[in-house]
Design a protein around this ligand. Structure first.
Ligand SMILES: Cc1ncc(COP(=O)(O)O)c(C=O)c1O
Length: 451
């Protein structure tokens, strides 16, 4: 194995098959490394400031499943920020965990979902003395950075580990500026997707551990459960390659930061589109380099429409469209020409906009959404018999699936929670405006039968 025997075929290029091996003599074993993979992981840990780093060939999804599983007992309790990725909810399902949520607030103008604060984490920790670990997201999809130092201090006071979903922050490990990565700020585990913000192929991620609050043996056990027993050598070699490339080409990062800052300064001429971060906000250390929210709230145009215009008229593909904004992502691989093209497109779009239509008020309804009441554990709700009911008939029922706006995929209603009228109004409005709502099919909303 592999069956291609390192030959090229019509559909399979030699560049790929020639580096695609399995665990033959000298090529080590990801699940029990002692040779070249061990050395590569050791090098990665040194670069990332960790005690140990493990390669992930199934993205940060596998890392979050393993981190949560390793830090909790079956049936235990996890404190997590509500804006966690679906993999965190799947981890709770697999480990039969009870959740205690920390809610990120909205901040700034126009308001966007922010990171969780140390104060809120501390409050939820005090209310849940039986929690076994805390999981937060930083940076968020929208490019907000949490105060990981303060949060780690609060979590460590309780003697439990802090896991940071840093899927969107692999670049932070290579920046010299004040925005440090989670491991350097005191997190016990950080999970980073190399493929999101660094020059690396899809599915390549790493999980790093520091300190003695996480049982390494348990972590390794879960990594070998959630990852393939035939991990891809091309992917592993590119994880190693990406980390070495970034370590050796540190000059890429300041150049990228300068390009991003210049873009924000150029966009200051716009008067209808609002950008977050603004050039001045970028210096607040709570804003990440690389994420640009193009806020359409003042223009009366929806985020979906603005994203379509950028695609069709300006040939710019953005990352996601939400009520009130479009998210564009920049990395060290964007060159000056790319930044220039985006600046020109946004300035031109701003000029074309009327800017006098009333705001849809759509964001306001999002702000009003209450926390749905948790009626049963997510795993219980998911395992009970489900039935599908039309959205209009689901109020008061217990959701057995996850209803989320995608991207970013964080839940509006999670399994085990009661569906409220306000949530339904919001979901129906999102669907009417063309947003991608996951979890509701033609058959309706999945709810616990007789629940
Ligand atoms: C916040 C967050 N965490 C984790 C993930 C999963 O990462 P991956 O695609 O590397 O599996 C994503 C993916 O979109 C994400 O947005």
């Amino acid at each position: 194995m592999p069956g291609h025997k390192r030959h090229a075929f019509g559909y399979l290029p030699f560049d790929y098959s020639s580096i695609d091996f399995t665990e033959v003599e000298g090529l080590d074993d990801l699940h029990n490394p002692s040779g070249i993979i061990h050395e590569a992981q050791k090098y990665a840990a040194a670069q990332l400031g960790a005690d140990e780093t493990y390669f992930l060939v199934n993205g940060s999804t596998a890392g979050i499943l393993a981190a949560v599983s390793a830090c909790t007992d079956k049936g235990g309790k996890l404190i997590l920020s509500r804006n966690c990725h679906r993999s965190a909810y799947n981890a709770m399902y697999l480990r039969d965990l009870s959740p205690a949520y920390v809610f990120p607030k909205l901040s700034g103008s126009p308001a966007i979902t922010d990171v969780v604060t140390a104060e809120e984490v501390r409050r939820v920790l005090d209310e849940n003395p039986d929690a076994q670990a805390v999981l937060i997201v930083s940076p968020t999809y929208e490019g907000r950075l949490a105060d990981v130092r303060q949060i780690a201090a609060a979590v460590h006071e309780k003697g439990i580990p802090l896991i940071v979903d840093e899927a969107h922050g692999a670049h932070l490990s290579f920046t010299e500026r004040s925005r440090a990565d989670a491991i350097r700020c005191g997190a016990d585990i950080a999970v980073q997707s190399l493929h999101k913000t660094l020059p690396a192929p899809t599915q390549t991620s790493v999980i790093s551990v520091k300190g003695d609050l996480v049982c390494r043996e348990k972590l390794r056990r879960f990594l070998s459960i959630y990852q393939s027993s035939s991990p891809s050598y091309p992917l592993m070699s590119m994880i190693d390659g990406c980390i070495r490339f970034m370590a050796e080409k540190r000059e890429l990062v300041p150049r990228f930061h300068d390009n991003f800052e210049n873009l924000l300064k150029r966009l200051e001429v716009c008067d209808k589109l609002v950008f977050r971060p603004s050039a001045s906000e970028l210096h607040s250390q709570t804003a990440d380099y690389g994420k640009l929210l193009i806020c359409t709230e003042k223009t009366g145009m929806s985020g979906v429409k603005a994203a379509a215009l950028l695609r069709e008229k300006y040939k710019i593909e953005t990352e996601m469209a939400c009520p009130g904004f479009v998210l564009a992502m920049f990395t060290v691989c964007d060159d000056e020409e790319g930044f220039d093209r985006v600046a020109k497109a946004l300035i031109s779009l701003d000029k074309d906009l009327q800017g006098d239509e009333a705001s849809s008020g759509f964001l306001l309804s999002e702000r009003d959404l209450p926390m749905p009441a948790l009626r049963m554990k997510p795993s219980e709700a998911m395992d009970m018999q489900a039935e599908y009911v039309p959205a209009g008939e689901s109020e008061g029922r217990i959701c057995s699936g996850m209803i989320s706006m995608y991207p970013p995929g964080t839940p509006l209603i999670a399994p085990g929670e009661e569906i409220t009228g306000k949530h339904l109004d919001f979901i129906v409005r999102c669907m009417d405006e063309g947003y991608n709502i996951k979890g509701i099919g033609n058959k309706g909303i999945p709810v616990v039968k007789n629940g």
